[in-house]
Design a protein around this ligand. Structure first.
Ligand code: NDG
Length: 300
């Protein structure tokens, strides 16, 4: 199946076979198209630690938040918009509302969506339920398998549907920012599908400053959630800035998630970021956007 190009997945771009991914990547990675960090059960620690930072990024000062999740298998979930069946119903719901209903201690937006139809894009596994399988769409993925291993990178449809150690959480991003501690953006630009996002073409999307959301892991097996404020074209970080920042924080693998007006963080049900979208009800204020899937950090 050397050059097998699978049919368009989910109406948002060509999906490639495993083999196709391998031919485009540097030989040092061998045949693997994703990285797996082994399960590490951490006991006696708080569920998460969330800290704000202010950093002088190349295009100006940026405010953001870094959240360390110690036992992601037990305390980190991907939730559909508004709860179960939100994707099937093409729902778009604010992070505040989805997080409040689920009692999340900490939440941030996650997967991309079609801004016209509301359709959730990519793979979604939420608390052990396969919500949708993109058919192998070629974008950066983050998932947690049943044994607690953390997966970052490109997944074939067979990987997604594997039943020996199935995914319990899975979400699709756009651009694999860090692979084994090194910036992986140039390779991502070659490999990934630009149709999963709507902020220009893939190269503009990577290079424009904006609000951003990302997920990674450190060398101890903690999940690192990242959210910064910004405004597309004016404030924030481009994806090189994000990858550099995460690398400096000791992040090993990381993928970029939905950003721009979707970039939102919520703590105990209250908005804790400064979103770039103006409120539709009153243009003076900024409002969290109605988005697709979210990450929810919760008690065990
Ligand atoms: C945000 C994204 C855009 C995406 C949309 C819906 C950025 C900079 O949300 O790409 O299509 O998911 O991440 N913008 O506007």
């Amino acid at each position: 199946d050397d050059d097998l190009l699978l049919p368009y997945a989910n109406g948002h771009g060509p999906a490639h076979s495993h083999r196709h991914v391998r031919v485009c990547q540097p030989i040092i990675y061998g045949n693997t198209t994703h990285e797996s960090s082994p399960p590490r059960h951490q006991t006696g620690q708080p569920v998460a630690e969330s800290n704000v930072f202010v950093t002088n990024a190349p295009s100006g000062w940026v405010y953001g938040r870094l959240t360390v999740v110690h036992d992601p298998l037990q305390t980190l979930s991907v939730l559909e918009p508004g709860g179960p069946d939100g994707c099937k119903n093409n729902r778009r719901v604010s992070v505040e509302e989805t997080a409040k209903a689920a009692g999340c201690l900490y939440a941030q937006n996650a997967g991309f969506f079609n801004t016209k139809s509301g359709q959730c894009l990519g793979n979604v596994v939420s608390n052990g339920r396969l919500v949708q399988d993109s058919g192998g769409v070629q974008n950066a993925q983050f998932g947690i398998r049943r044994d607690g291993s953390l997966i970052f990178g490109y997944l074939s449809q067979e990987d997604v549907l594997d039943q020996s150690n199935p995914f319990v959480q899975l979400v699709s991003g756009v651009i694999w920012l860090l692979r084994e501690g090194e910036i992986y953006i140039t390779q991502s630009l070659e490999a990934e599908c630009g149709k999963s996002q709507e902020t220009g073409n893939l190269s503009y999307f990577v290079n424009v400053v904006s609000a951003r959301t990302a997920v990674g892991h450190d060398a101890d097996g903690n999940i690192i959630l990242f959210q910064i404020d910004g405004q597309t074209g004016n404030r924030g970080m481009n994806l090189w800035d994000v990858a550099t920042f995460l690398k400096e924080q000791g992040v090993v693998n990381a993928i970029n998630l939905d950003g721009g007006g979707s970039s939102t963080c919520v703590i105990n049900g209250s908005l804790a970021s400064y979103p770039s979208d103006h409120c539709t009800s009153d243009n003076r204020w900024r409002c969290g956007r109605d988005v697709s899937t979210i990450f929810c950090v919760h008690q065990k």
